[in-house]
Write a protein of this length. Structure first.
Length: 158
């Protein structure tokens, strides 16, 4: 898992606790948020997830794309998805577990925008304990952020 991060509350090298999450009614399968080998925290299946089914979705604050691009420069971790040319959703304060879905160049799920909602669907069967990942596609990083997914077909950047 890499070097432990210092916990500012204790000054120790302990791993930070998983952020608070709540299983909302639109979360179709049970998942767990925990440390990820890819980056920070990730979301992991707690039960088998069959292929081609909706796993869940994330909900957050609806904002303009203009505001989203400004916010993206202010957050250490960006949790914003542009859902149209004018509208974006900021998940920074959301307690939905799927907001911790990491990128992979060999994902097992896909992110789909439907009627202004950000939904996740399994591309294949996902086993308990397996991290749920999606391909982020184009990001605000513009190819400047090193990809850490570790997939054999990794393109190396986001």
């Amino acid at each position: 898992m890499g070097a432990p991060h210092e916990d500012p509350s204790t000054g120790s090298g302990a791993e930070p606790a998983a952020p608070p999450v709540v299983r909302p009614p639109w979360q179709k399968f049970d998942v767990l948020v925990q440390r990820s080998l890819i980056d920070g925290h990730g979301v992991f299946a707690k039960e088998p997830i069959p292929p081609r089914v909706k796993i869940g979705e994330i909900r957050g604050e609806s904002i303009s794309v203009e505001a989203a691009r400004i916010r993206a420069t202010r957050y250490e971790r960006v949790m914003i998805v542009e859902v149209s040319e004018k509208k974006a959703i900021d998940f920074h304060r959301s307690t939905d577990p799927m907001r911790f879905t990491n990128h992979s160049c060999a994902p097992n799920a896909r992110l789909c925008i439907r009627q202004g909602r950000v939904e996740f669907y399994a591309l294949r069967a996902i086993q308990p304990g397996e991290e749920i990942t999606v391909n982020y596609g184009e990001t605000h990083h513009e190819g400047k952020l090193r990809c850490q997914c570790g997939a054999p077909n990794c393109v190396g950047k986001l």
